[in-house]
Design a protein around this ligand. Structure first.
Ligand code: TMP
Length: 203
């Protein structure tokens, strides 16, 4: 079973991905918790290239190639071997993030993202949690971390609002695998809802 978490920056999805991994491990599942961009040594190197520096460091087109290259390595070296060994893989972001961030942020490049995805990746998750969060709250939380990975946060509140609307539309586009979770609630409440959905899907 391949499970992904998606949502805007500061939506709490990393915390929730970790909580679900802990929940499933306690229930006896063999779980690999991973993230994108990154998740394998080569993809983590690409992560630094795409998340640090000026917002205009790369064009959206170049970013599509970089994120897809990172994903290809992550898929070949981490995700596919784990799934083949019968493990549950939980990834904090996957291809839906490229559909949103590179597909929508600077013009409509969704068609390019989808073509490259089917050519080089060709896999969708079995279950995707879209954590919905107020965009201004999310941006304040993300900026509060004060790290170096701020390239997308520096695109500002306008991008956060477009991404939030985009993720909700994406969940409607893929209703079979996507569950929208209200992230504007205490983390324990959110985690309990996610655990219940995952338990049912794994049963
Ligand atoms: P994170 O905050 O979940 O670690 O994600 C880092 C940033 O990378 C986030 O702002 C979204 C962005 N991103 C893309 O733009 N495209 C992608 O394909 C992925 C996986 C992430």
């Amino acid at each position: 079973m391949f499970i992904t978490f998606e949502g805007i920056d500061g939506s709490g999805k990393s915390t929730q991905a970790r909580r679900l991994a802990e929940h499933l491990r306690a229930a006896g599942h063999d779980v690999v918790l991973t993230r994108e961009p990154g998740g394998s040594p080569g993809a983590e190197e690409i992560r630094r290239l795409v998340l640090e520096g000026d917002p205009d460091r790369w064009s959206a087109e170049t970013e599509i190639l970089l994120f897809t290259a990172a994903r290809c390595d992550h898929l070949e070296r981490v995700i596919e071997p784990a799934l083949a060994a019968g493990k549950v893989v939980i990834s904090d972001r996957f291809a839906d993030s490229t559909r949103m961030y590179q597909g929508l942020s600077r013009g409509d490049l969704r068609g390019v993202v989808d073509k490259l995805h089917s050519l080089m990746i060709g896999r969708e998750p079995d279950l995707t949690f879209v954590i919905d969060m107020d965009p201004d709250t999310g941006l304040a939380r993300a900026r509060g971390r004060n790290g170096t990975e701020e390239r997308f946060e520096d695109f500002g509140a306008g991008l956060q609002h477009r991404m939030r609307d985009g993720f909700l539309a994406l969940a409607a586009e893929f209703p079979g695998r996507c569950r929208v979770i209200d992230g504007n609630r205490p983390p324990d409440v959110v985690a309990a809802e996610i655990a219940a959905v995952a338990d049912k899907a794994l049963a």
